[in-house]
Design a protein around this ligand. Sequence first.
Ligand SMILES: Cc1ncc(COP(=O)(O)O)c(C=O)c1O
Length: 330
Amino acid sequence: MRFANSGTEAVMGAVRTARGFTGRQHMVTVEGGFHGLYDELMWKSDIENWDAHSGQAPKVIPFGGGIPAKTHDLVDIIGLNDFAALEDVFQRHDHQLACVVLEPIIGNAGSIAASQAWLARLRDLCTAHGTLLIIDEVKSGFRVAKGGAQALYGIYADLTTFAKAMGNGYPVAAFGGRADVMDVVGAHSGAVVHGGTYTANLVGLSAAHCTLNILTHTDALQTVNRVGERVRDLLGRVFTQAGIEHTFAGPGSMLGIHFTPTVPQTYRDWRKTNSNLYRAFCWQLIDRGVMLEPDSREPWFFCEAHQHMDFAWLEEVATQAMAAAIKEKP
Ligand SMILES: Cc1ncc(COP(=O)(O)O)c(C=O)c1O
């Protein structure tokens, strides 16, 4: 493992290591994922302005200004769970792909998740082509399970990135993985360079040490997951009573909520959900004291302390909020 200060830095370190190890430059990411503010990974499908019924793919645009157009040449974006796109990208870049970077449970697209079969095929293709699989566990790591999303799937990356829950609020991150790959990082001639004034600083590492100790010796993550499942059940009752088609994605600890009849399988499916109703519902919840992000691409994240909340109160305010949101006719 190498330590860093943010998820962005961990991803940058992992990608540089993959390139150093493979001697290749090109990478692949998944539509709807987010991997921090790193120029090459700041290209996205313009889903907000996409006509879902056009039959066309959404335009790929930079996140904003200041991103060199050339960085786009180094990245291909494919759809989650799209087998044809997966085979195609490996064929087009035969033995030229340094890495594939993805969140198997997309923490930035409402916990829409890779199917077991698609992730297994991705793993196999990476192995066959000498491409490194980088699983970005910045959101899912030390949250959905002690072993992150990889433990839930039983499918493992060559390199993994961590941040967020690892320091429980302190600025600390890490990337690492296969020893033969990480051996390219170092001070020898031609080595991959990684480090900085604050990497492996004692404040961040102490916080991570403490957090990981707690996760090792307590059942905090089971509690977090149980709380999420309880909230999922109570919200399910609220939505059903209000006659709202809904579905949930991801584990309880990272709960995606979508107003649509079937669980979205891709980021484009998310665009077809009633995210306007969700937004109105959230603003009504905020008015009633539940502070959350009103964009349904942001799952609900729970912490251990939420086990002590008043669930009956939450059900009551969620019922009121939904009734008020429906009146707004979003
Ligand atoms: C999956 C994922 N990777 C990377 C990042 C970037 O992390 P940071 O904001 O710490 O730079 C984020 C941030 O939300 C993220 O969700």
